[in-house]
Design a protein around this ligand. Structure first.
Ligand SMILES: [Zn+2]
Length: 285
């Protein structure tokens, strides 16, 4: 008798809960539609608004990030001729702000796909797991980058070409004295076009190598021509290409190669983009 009473109450409670749930779902559906149709322009962080904002941009394979919405809109006003994909990529890179104006720490969780540039700096005390490049020009590089660097040098050697690392890993302190010496020679503005401020040099990541000859004339060598065609097979990319200074922050450096791993290097090579564009499209979340 007692159990029967409890069962009755239970059934009533379950029925009431079901009615409540159905009511809530109907309300939520209508509320959401109303929200989208009315397009209110305050409370940016509510989900229905998120959908509105995505709709404002014509997106293909770009990485739209809601937290940059207002920057996209502002940048679009400045560059009405740019496609939305370009607006999103460029803002993700940080190009709507001057170099060095708003530094963020390098996201080390990206491993071989970290970005270290005029928007992202390394910690002063960051030192990668280093391996010597004795017999390959000397100096050192990060372990995996070094092993692929050696494979690349060996492959070039088989074709009668000689590649050597002339500058691989550089510590924060080395970069500080290097940068300071350039500043006293050429002034800060000029030095900034070719030398990284301490903490922002890709050489501190251990993933970069200056090969053979730090000179624009390196471009005319057979070694350079070979690298341009083959470096991606060993996971390396030309990091500061011609005509991309406004993106990378550096003048053309035919000698500076960066390890990113084979598949990413292949993508960047085939699509002829900068690492900044790759990172802003596929890595940044
Ligand atoms: Zn370099």
């Amino acid at each position: 008798m007692f159990m029967k009473k409890i069962m009755k109450y239970l059934i009533v409670i379950i029925l009431l809960a079901l009615i409540g749930l159905i009511g809530f779902l109907i309300w939520k559906y209508n509320y959401k539609n109303e929200y989208i149709n009315n397009k209110p322009n305050d409370n940016y962080d509510k989900e229905p608004i998120y959908l509105d904002h995505v709709d404002e941009f014509d997106i293909k394979d770009s990485n739209y990030l809601e937290r940059f919405y207002e920057r996209y809109v502002a940048y679009k006003k400045l560059h009405p001729d740019y496609s939305d994909d370009k607006i999103i990529t460029y803002v993700n890179i940080g190009l709507d702000k001057p170099f060095y104006s708003d530094m963020e720490e390098v996201d080390m969780s990206k491993k071989y796909l970290i970005i270290c540039n005029k928007y992202h700096n390394l910690k002063k005390n960051y030192v990668p797991d280093l391996v010597s490049l004795d017999g390959y020009g000397g100096g050192s590089m990060e372990r995996e980058a070094a092993s692929y660097f050696k494979k690349m040098v060996d492959a070039a050697k088989k074709e009668g070409l000689s590649l050597k690392n002339v500058s691989g890993y550089r510590s924060y302190n080395t970069q500080t004295s290097l940068y300071n010496s350039y500043v006293s020679k050429d002034g800060k503005a000029k030095a900034d076009t070719y030398s990284a401020r301490p903490g922002t040099s890709e050489h501190q990541t251990g993933l970069a190598s200056d090969i053979n000859w730090v000179s624009s004339r390196f471009e005319n060598t057979d070694e350079f021509k070979w690298l341009i065609k083959n470096a991606h097979k060993y996971g390396f990319i030309l990091r500061y290409p011609k005509g991309k200074t406004f993106i990378t922050g550096y003048t053309y450096e035919p000698w500076h190669f960066r390890y990113v791993g084979e598949s990413v290097a292949k993508y960047i090579y085939e699509h002829d983009i900068t690492y900044e564009e790759y990172y802003a499209t596929f890595i940044l979340k």
